[in-house]
Write a protein that binds this ligand. Structure first.
Ligand code: SF4
Length: 501
């Protein structure tokens, strides 16, 4: 396809992943692979091929700091081996120490796809059972359904206050025919993405297919809007001295410029502003106008942590603003650092306090969410793997014998005759069966995956035997998975999730 369309509810196949890097600013995963401690095989094999701002998550992972992973599932059908990629990604991040969240996008299924509630409940249960069976630790992580989560809905409502219809039109192509519940499900999805940060801000990764990128971009944008809303409110109630006021106001201004278009950071511009402005005068002006225009509704005994929080943002803002111009404005930066240091500010302490404040005052200090993107699996019959074409995919609920048979009848990247195959080698890169090995059947065993590939392209492997081996492994996988699903039932039933029809 020439057109790269990112439509979360469409059925477009993304043929040219490279375009995503260019057109949407998704970065190549390869560039951060070396920084991943103990990378998952889906990362090592390039199945996870892109990311947006994944580094803060990696830093937290390496430093033993808090971070989170969240992804959602729309219960429109049976979970299949394509969904397993996302299950694996959530579970891996949980094993690396992340707070893990798996959610059921039941509101989206109902409003965007028109699935009835009875069916939604049934599929929801199946998704969750597979997620648990594959290793999701329910003691450590959280599973929820959108419609049943009050905190989520309150957050969605607040986020809705920061979004408007023309954005929905331009981002999702909504028009006069779009039903209102569908719009509500979008703000709910925004709330999902930020939900892991409700108690405390933390880097959060959303593993998704590239078609979900518009949601991630929109959530990142809303993050900054929510943050400044609260900061401004709090700012007005402080009794800052002149120097503090000046620095905070200037930093805040710089930060706001920076945030205006979060996808195309205008860091340079903000830094220009900071470098060029007559800071004393402007800083005082901004500070005073904010102070004068705001009521002192937040003024109470609990304000000290908030005050520190503003200082924390001030430092963050100046750091970001100066990043781009660090060479030119070395002197200016030092001047700022001195001001901020004069606050006698312990950043770690301030962060800690900021979290407390978030919890106590209902404020938001969201960190823009990160995302990683995985390739879509090719359908077993060629083309796209689709839930609506049973032969194209293997459901995690398929009878193991059916799974075996589907692999046996899959298309391959093999040549017309065995003779030709021995001579030219197979085309593993175009072969859905090879994908099964790489994405699932060889598990963590890179050598096994490489052996299949090398033997195939080297002409030593013929498709009949290769498929027999893959089909047998698939049957074993399904048998094992379904056994674990049985065991997961008790675990799921012990959780407080209403899945009754
Ligand atoms: Fe695909 Fe295996 Fe045939 Fe190679 S030998 S083309 S991997 S089925």
């Amino acid at each position: 396809a020439d057109e790269v369309a990112l439509d979360p509810w469409g059925s477009s196949t993304i043929a040219d992943y490279r375009k995503l890097f260019e057109e949407f600013g998704i970065e190549e995963f390869d560039e951060v692979l070396d920084e991943v401690p103990n990378p998952h095989y889906l990362m090592r094999r390039g199945v996870i091929f892109g990311h947006r701002d994944y580094r803060p998550v990696l830093e937290a992972m390496r430093d033993g700091d808090d971070f989170a992973v969240l992804s959602g599932f729309m219960p429109t059908g049976d979970p299949h081996i394509g969904h397993k990629l996302v299950f694996d990604e959530i579970i891996w991040h949980q094993q690396q120490g992340g707070d893990a969240y798996g959610l059921i996008a039941d509101m989206e299924a109902h409003s965007a796809r028109g699935i009835d509630w009875e069916e939604i409940n049934e599929h929801s249960r199946d998704y969750l059972l597979s997620l648990i069976a594959l290793g999701f630790d329910v003691e450590e992580g959280e599973l929820y359904r959108q419609s049943d989560n009050d905190r989520l809905q309150r957050l969605a409502f607040e986020l809705g206050g920061k979004a408007n219809f023309s954005e929905f039109q331009s981002i999702y192509g909504f028009d006069g025919e779009t039903n209102i519940s569908h719009m509500q499900s979008v703000v709910t999805q925004m709330a999902d993405i930020l939900y892991p940060q409700l108690d405390e801000p933390q880097p959060t990764v959303i593993p998704v297919g590239p078609d979900q990128d518009p949601h991630v971009r929109f959530a990142r944008d809303l993050t900054t809007r929510m943050r400044f809303f609260k900061v401004t409110e709090a700012f007005a109630s402080f009794e800052l001295d002149d120097t503090e006021r000046l620095v905070v106001a200037a930093a805040y201004d710089a930060r706001e410029e920076y945030a205006e278009d979060s996808d195309m950071p205008r860091c340079g511009e903000a830094a220009d502003w900071v470098a060029d402005a007559d800071l004393d005068e402007h800083g005082v002006l901004v500070a005073e106008s904010v102070r004068d225009s705001a009521v002192e509704k937040l003024e109470n005994a609990g304000m000290e942590p908030l005050r520190r929080r503003i200082r924390f943002f001030a430092r963050q803002a100046t750091d970001e603003a100066f990043e781009a111009l660090i060479e030119d404005v070395e002197g200016e930066k030092r001047r700022y650092d001195q001001h901020i240091d004069a606050f006698d500010l312990d950043v770690a302490e301030a962060e800690e306090l900021a979290r407390e404040v978030e919890a106590n005052h209902g404020g938001y200090g969201f960190i823009p969410p990160s995302s990683i993107y995985h390739r879509f699996m090719t359908g077993l019959t060629g083309g796209k793997m689709s839930s609506s074409i049973p032969a194209s995919h293997i459901s995690l609920l398929d009878d193991p014998e059916d799974g075996y048979n589907k692999v046996k009848s899959a298309t391959t990247g093999g040549r017309d005759t065995a003779e030709e195959q021995r001579e030219l080698g197979g085309e593993a890169d175009k072969c859905p069966v090879y994908e099964l090995y790489a994405y699932l059947l060889t598990g963590d065993d890179d050598e096994f995956a490489k052996e299949v590939y090398d033997e195939c392209v080297g002409g030593e492997r013929l498709c009949g035997g290769c498929k027999e081996q893959a089909a047998t492994l698939m049957r074993e996988f399904l048998e094992d998975h379904q056994e674990k699903r049985e065991e997961a039932k008790e675990v799921l039933d012990s959780l407080d999730i209403d899945l009754e029809t």
